[in-house]
Write a protein that binds this ligand. Structure first.
Ligand SMILES: [Zn+2]
Length: 165
């Protein structure tokens, strides 16, 4: 399946450049994450996959037409890819990553600007959600430490009380 994760296709480069010029910083082809996402934005806890319309079976897309010969073979192949995509997606979300899928047809000239806008908005939204989650966790840890402190103080006060008898 090297066709799917082949390194940097042209539309992918275009999208990367557009995101870079919007100020986003990212890593590419992060091998340690499930599915080796094409673009990884750690600050926003977001990954982007650029999916070829044929290989990943873009529904109702003119670039996804099953060949007239070996139809069953191609249908099964695409179905397997889709299953794998979903499994990778599930694993990433379990690790707290948000997943953005961009179809190659969405990076064609006529749709490009709109797609970049959509991706930008999603990244920003994911980043906000990530930050507020982090903040919630921080507040929770703080509250927990505070409770432990009060508990310890009570315990030692009680011990002192008992010693006094
Ligand atoms: Zn498509």
């Amino acid at each position: 399946m090297s066709a799917i994760h082949s390194s940097s296709t042209k539309p992918e480069l275009k999208l990367r450049r557009a995101l870079w010029s919007l100020g986003f910083r990212y890593r590419v082809n992060e091998k340690r994450l499930p599915g080796k996402p094409d673009i990884v934005l750690p600050k926003y806890r977001t990954v982007v996959f650029i999916h070829g319309c044929f290989w990943h079976g873009h529904k109702d897309c003119k670039y996804y037409t099953v060949p007239k010969t070996n139809t069953a073979f191609w249908t099964a192949k695409v179905a397997r890819n889709q299953e794998r995509d979903q499994e990778e997606w599930r694993q990433l979300e379990a690790k707290g990553w948000s997943v953005i899928i961009v179809w190659e047809c969405e990076l064609k000239k006529a749709a490009f600007e709109e797609t970049v806008g959509r991706v930008r908005d999603e990244i920003l939204l994911n980043g906000e959600a990530y930050r507020s989650e982090q903040e919630e966790r921080r507040l929770f840890r703080e509250a927990w430490r505070h409770m432990r402190k009060i508990q310890r103080e009570r315990e030692s006060a009680l011990k002192a009380e008992l010693r006094k008898g």
